[in-house]
Design a protein around this ligand. Structure first.
Ligand SMILES: *[C@@H]1O[C@H](CO)[C@@H](O)[C@H](O)[C@H]1NC(C)=O
Ligand SMILES: *[C@@H]1O[C@H](CO)[C@@H](O)[C@H](O)[C@H]1NC(C)=O
Ligand SMILES: *[C@@H]1O[C@H](CO)[C@@H](O)[C@H](O)[C@H]1NC(C)=O
Ligand SMILES: *[C@@H]1O[C@H](CO)[C@@H](O)[C@H](O)[C@H]1NC(C)=O
Length: 534
């Protein structure tokens, strides 16, 4: 739809519904096309490159947030990129979160939602609600990653600063109220209508479905909550987010991971039901937990933290799922640093530092295992009894992403072995290869679809120019609608899932920005200067 069509429809809407003093831009926005269908068809102007990729940004009036700093990066990068298709993909992908997913942002001192509810959510102050894309709900993991590219612009751009600060407050309320849940409804104060999930789930602890969209306990959700704050501090130097509510959310995270470090059998060998159980009425094995919603038994003397589900929202097989343990270990230590920098409680900072260090030690003790071909490797999942799962899944955190998470250096020999294992079809059952596409996939979409996100993580953790450029180009080739998809059929590059998946677009933009800063010759041409956002 063109801008003039939108305005024409909006004008019709104005005649029908406008009240004196009503915000006209709100009326215009109601006439905007639904983005899932908008993103499913190509729009002009086209790139003019060999793939002639379409321009998929919504009309300006339809964008959910705007930032001049973001527009400047788009201009800077796309004017330097030699490949017109890669440029078009960046032009669409980099602003995708701002353009399409900011459902609510406020900066208010009081709000209706906060009144009369002492322990309920407090939707006062700065708040931001960010949907994942085609589902009207916020995932803790996705939203942290959706904002990652704007963090370094927030020091200079006040509106982005406020946007991210608000996102930290909103995530804090989600964590305080329902720390075991992965996806959340629009806050009551936003006025955005919640849509109930259609799933039939039985979950303990119980949750309020008007607050929570889905309640799969994923350790990485909690690590991503911490990460949103530590990245904000690293990029802006600000500790303004360390509010009373944020500290309360942090305490909630610590209580939750303590409960999830408990063994299945106590020291008298008696079975103890885990505090969290989940059962879904489904015929898909990965969508529910075995043993009446408890999950497989875990030996608790490891120091590892259990995760019931993976970042793909699929159930773990063995609950000591290593990638989010690595991520949590890093984030606990980074959070300690932020609290110290802010002059916060020294005992808390010391506790976080110690927890992070112990968790790293537990991973080294219990998750490095012998592989017959590759030697010492990180296991994907273990159970503390000696069993292990050797594979990788596309979603972050993954084994492939361990250096990206800050847990190991790229050159770490165990990581290097692990990297070879997970990109080898003979060793990773979810490394999928076909005549048109390849990469790591996962059980979530199935055995014929690899995920662009895995190719991007592989590029970001590589030192090999050919691997980096080959992966970027393969993602470009599989993004024929000008946006990055969730997964691609390895025998038919035109068969994809999710036209509108904001997180994947953000990982693509992050990869391009990393290459622009570190290996500009790959995308800007021989002898080009690095481009670094500062
Ligand atoms: C919120 O609004 C107040 C009052 O206008 C302003 O002082 C403050 O900087 C704003 N906060 C953010 C994070 O934008
Ligand atoms: C959503 O679920 C809640 C609680 O189960 C129920 O009260 C409400 O009516 C439902 N809303 C819709 C739109 O189905
Ligand atoms: C991408 O597609 C082009 C044809 O448009 C082809 O020449 C190239 O080899 C492909 N690149 C990759 C990495 O698949
Ligand atoms: C993948 O594409 C092939 C070729 O078009 C098709 O036969 C197959 O059914 C597709 N797989 C899935 C899971 O859709």
């Amino acid at each position: 739809m063109t801008l003039s069509t939108v305005l024409a429809i909006a004008l019709l809407g104005t005649q029908a519904t406008a009240l004196p003093g009503r915000d006209e831009s709100a009326i215009v926005r109601r006439a905007c096309p639904e983005y899932t269908s908008y993103a499913s068809t190509p729009h002009a102007p086209y790139s003019g490159g060999p793939l002639n990729l379409p321009f998929q940004r919504p009309a300006e009036v339809c964008r959910t947030f705007s930032s001049p700093a973001v527009e400047k990066v788009i201009e800077d990068i796309t004017s330097r990129l030699v490949d017109k298709d890669l440029a078009q993909l960046f032009r669409n992908a980099f602003p995708n979160t701002l353009d399409t997913t900011i459902r609510w942002h406020q900066n208010a001192s009081t709000s209706a939602g906060a009144k009369g509810k002492r322990d309920g959510p407090q939707w006062s102050g700065v708040q931001t609600f960010i949907v994942t894309g085609d589902i009207n709900a916020e995932w803790l993991r996705d939203s942290t990653n959706q904002l990652v590219n704007y963090q370094s612009l927030a020091a200079k751009d006040k509106s982005l600063y406020s946007l991210i600060l608000g996102a930290i407050s909103t995530q804090s309320e989600f964590v305080i109220q329902s720390p075991y849940c992965n996806a959340f409804q629009p806050p009551s104060a936003s006025g955005v209508k919640p849509e109930n999930s259609t799933q039939k789930d039985t979950v303990h602890p119980a949750y309020n479905p008007s607050f929570v969209f889905e309640c799969k306990y994923e350790l990485d959700s909690l690590a991503h909550f911490l990460q949103l704050g530590t990245e904000f501090y690293e990029k802006t130097g600000s500790t303004e987010f360390l509010t009373e509510r944020w500290y309360k959310a942090l305490q909630t995270v610590l209580k939750t991971i303590d409960a999830q470090s408990k063994p299945t059998f106590n020291d008298k060998n008696q079975f103890v039901t885990n505090q969290y159980t989940f059962q879904r009425q489904t015929n898909i094995g990965t969508e529910t937990l075995s043993l009446s919603g408890v999950g497989n038994p875990l030996n608790g003397d490891t120091g590892l933290i259990r995760s019931a589900f993976r970042p793909s929202d699929d159930a773990t097989i063995l609950g000591f799922f290593i990638p989010p343990n690595a991520q949590m270990s890093v984030q606990l230590r980074k959070t300690a640093k932020v609290i110290k920098a802010a002059g916060g409680p020294a005992d808390l900072a010391a506790d976080l530092q110690e927890r992070g260090t112990k968790l790293a030690k537990a991973i080294h003790e219990h998750a490095i295992v012998q592989h017959p071909k590759y030697g010492d490797v990180y296991a994907f999942e273990v159970d503390g009894y000696g069993s292990r799962i050797l594979m990788d899944d596309a979603n972050i955190p993954s084994l492939l992403s361990l250096p990206y998470l800050g847990f190991v250096d790229k050159s770490d020999p165990v990581y290097q072995n692990t990297r070879k294992m997970v990109t080898d079809k003979a060793s990773n059952p979810y490394y999928l290869e076909g005549p048109q596409f390849h990469g790591i996939g996962g059980p979530h979409i199935g055995l014929e679809h690899a995920w662009p996100m895995s190719l991007l993580v592989q590029a970001m953790t590589s030192d090999d120019d050919d691997e980096i450029l080959g992966n970027l180009n393969l993602v470009r080739n599989s993004s024929l609608l000008g946006l990055v998809h969730e997964s691609i059929n390895v025998t038919n590059i035109k068969d994809y899932t999710r036209p509108w998946f904001a997180w994947a677009n953000s990982v693509f933009a992050e990869t391009v920005l990393k290459v622009a800063a570190e290996r500009p010759h790959l995308i800007f041409g021989e002898g080009a200067e690095p481009y670094i956002i500062s």
